[in-house]
Structure formats: C-alpha cells, structure tokens
Write a new protein. Sequence first.
Length: 512
Amino acid sequence: MAIRLDFVLFEGQTGLPGRFRGLAGAAWVERMEYMAYEFERKQRIVVLGGGPGGYEAAIAGAQQGADVTLIESVGVGGSAVITDVVPSKSLIATAEAANSIGEATDLGVQFFVRGDTGKPLRPEVAINLAAVNKRLLALARQQSEDMKATLIRAGVRYVQGHGRLDGTSGIIVATSGDATATDFDRIDADTLVVSVGASPRVLASAMPDGERILTWTQLYNLKAIPEHLIVVGSGVTGAEFASAYRALGAEVTLISSRDQVLPGEDADAANVIENVFKRNGMTVLSKSRASSVERTTTGVVAVLEDGRTVEGSHCLIAVGSIPNTANIGLEQAGVQVTDSGHIQVNRVARTSIPNIYAAGDCTTEIPLASVASMMGRTAVFHAMGDTVNPIEIRNVAANIFTQPEIATVGYTQKQIEDGLAQGEIYKLPLSSNPRAKMMGIKDGFVKLFARTGSGTVIGGVIVAPKASELIFPLALAVEHRLTVDEVARTFPVYPSLTGSITDAARAMHVVL
C-alpha cells in the first residue's frame, strides 16, 4: 500500500529534524519531494529460495502490493517439492497400495489366477520401481511448474540462479548456473527473506556415490527394488523409507543408535512402529552405530562400532540434514547463525537484522513444510506492517508417514511427566474402535493430554492409518483451547476412526 505524506511549511518554522536543519528554499523542497517518492513507491521484497517458505513469502508480498522478486537455483518448490516431500510421499503412497493388497486376505479378499491345469494359483504383487520413480518425479516437476505459474500470475518476478546477500539492502545473483561465478546482477531490496532450505547430511566414512550408497534425494534413480536395503539412521526419514521399501518387497535392515526407532517421538508410538517393523520382517538393530559404509563388488557392507558387519545391496544414509546457509553472505550482513549454520529467528521469522527475515529448514525452527510456509507469510506480513500472530510452534501438527502413521500436536507426554505442563493423560487403543475392526486395523491408538483442572486439550498423539488426516480435530482443539468436554460434545460419524477422539475426550471427563 502506498502512503503519501503532505508537508506544510510555515515561514520561520524551527525545530526541524537534525538531518533537515540548514536546508532552505529549493534544497528543502527537493528533500520533501524525495521523501514523498520514498513513501509512494512499492516496497521491494527479494526472496532467496523458492521452497515452501520462500514461495509463500513471495505470494504474500504480491498480494500486499509489494514489488517481489524470487530467486531459486533449482526450481520453485525447492527440495520439498522436487527431491523430498512430494516424491517421498508419492513413493510411500505406492507402498501403502502394495501393503493393502497384501493385507486384503484378512478381509476375505483373495487374488488368484487359473493355472494350466485349471487350479488356482496365488499371483505375486510386482513393483515396477522404474515406473514408480518416473511417475513420482513427473508429479514433482508438475507441482513445481504449477507453483511457478502461480507466482507469475501473482506478479512475482522469478529469477533462476544462485544468489547471495550483498549486505542488508540487496542480493547479487548469478544466472549462469554456477554458484561460484563472478558475473553477478544486483537486485536491490527493502526487505530480504532467506529460505534456502537444507540438504542431506553425509558422513565422511560413508560417502554417497549415487548408485549403491545413497542419500534420500538419490533413491529415485533406482531402477529396481533393492534386494537388501540397509538404512543408517532411525529418525523420521530413515523410518519412513525403511517402512516404504519393506512394503515394496525389499529386505530391510534398520540401524538405530538409540534404544528404539524414532528417538524423541512419543515412546508408545515408537514402540508400536518398531513392533510393526519387526512383525513385517524388518531387521532392527537397536543401540547400534554404523562407523562406516563401503561399497563392495556386489553391494555394500556397513561396519558397526562393535565390529559387527551388515552386508546388503544398497545403503540409505539418513542421519539428518544441514542448512544451505554457507557462503550466501549471512555473516557479512550481520545475520546471527548457530554453530550448526541455522539462522536465528524470532517468533515473527525476523533475524538479528531488522529488514532480513528467514523461513524454513535453514532456520532454528522445526523443519516442516507447513512451518516454513507459515514463517514465510508471517515474515512478509510483519515486514509490511500487517497484523500478525507470532508463530506458536507447540500448536503445529506433525506427521510421520510410516505404516501406520504417527501424528502429534501440542505438549508431549514426556513434557507432562517432566513437569513442564500440568496435565492428565488418556490412551485409547484403536482395537476397540468398530470402524478399525471393519477395516482390519490391528495397531494404533488415540492419546489425549488435557490440562489438570480446566480440562483444556493441550496435546495429543494418534497412531493409525492416515493419522495425518485424523490429527486435525486435535490441532483445532489445541489452537482454540477447547476442553475435552467441548470435544466430546461434537458428533462424530458412526462408525469412524474419529469416533475414538470423542470417546477418549468423553472418558477424560471422569479422569479430570
């Protein structure tokens, strides 16, 4: 929005601002005209990085009438769309379909073909991984192109290239495709938004080669299901891919340095997932740390710190990620970063420099696409003087796309047990849910956390198929501080998995 200030000068006026004292006549009028121009022109916003955070920041700026430029080196959507969330969840969807076929027998659905003798034969479920990967990469490219088209329609200037900050008032960009190029163009800015994302962390003792030793961005080059996939790292990424490839038919060994898979997650939920992994034939090596992974003539071998070895055909290295913040001018601009390279931000996504904001996995906030998107919008709204609500990370719903899924929101059980929040805990197994029985669901639960006394919902965990869809009612309850009684008074469909949410809420009326 353009703002026009009209200045009226009176003869003999005194007490002018220091920078205008001594100006008279034409000089004074010239300065006033310059100030009017400054207030009239559009705010210039330059966004570095086109992932979820950068994309939303650019859209929000355009909607507010700013002059917006977005700079991206790979493609709109960043790694989230091109090499991470979109392709990985597409792969997981295929794995779920394969798993459903395998479990259909429990529901009385049997697959047979007639042999030469007329007797029925059970067919095998075959996965054409080359076709699967071709499809999911095409989906990722299409999503990226759709997002780019949306930006252009909104009036955002899109620049393909490598950028870095040039102080606090602009970004210099190499459009040659070489991040080390010396031929740059400079784009001036009033507000800068940095959303450069993160990349897979690699180990010097297990360097990926893109063929046998892989990061999660390189898995989509595989032409066939790995005979034996070794997964190093049992965090979210490692657990998701281990679950997916086991469902697709690969032998899988998951190497976990902790007592159980998914360290840091709800202990009950992690226990369910680990039990499902083992029941489905996955080998889980707990309290085991890989010291090295080497390629052999026929595959790979992982050497554990205790001297044991694990041989496989391929190895996925899933040991976290590192922010893409090196050599982009942050230090020179005075932006504070942590020892790990993450950008320090406050609850409105602002950095230590007032006109520089940051969003997404390159920051100190939790690395979720939904959080990145919210940070991008919040940053631009704050920069342009619009009303913003500071981001409350505790209200963010998160999901782990294993089979079954794990969805969480709000306080955790450990935080309640450690006294960080006063709350009561109630857990209801899905095995008591009529719809779950109809669907053949054997594993999972709904767990609610409510504040002692008031009954306000402060968190929850759902372990179930499509838990990512089921968590939304609890996220609403946490965000809007509903009580368990208010949740219980909501009519769920019968029969439905959501009925377990109201059942748990109803039971907590007595617990509280």
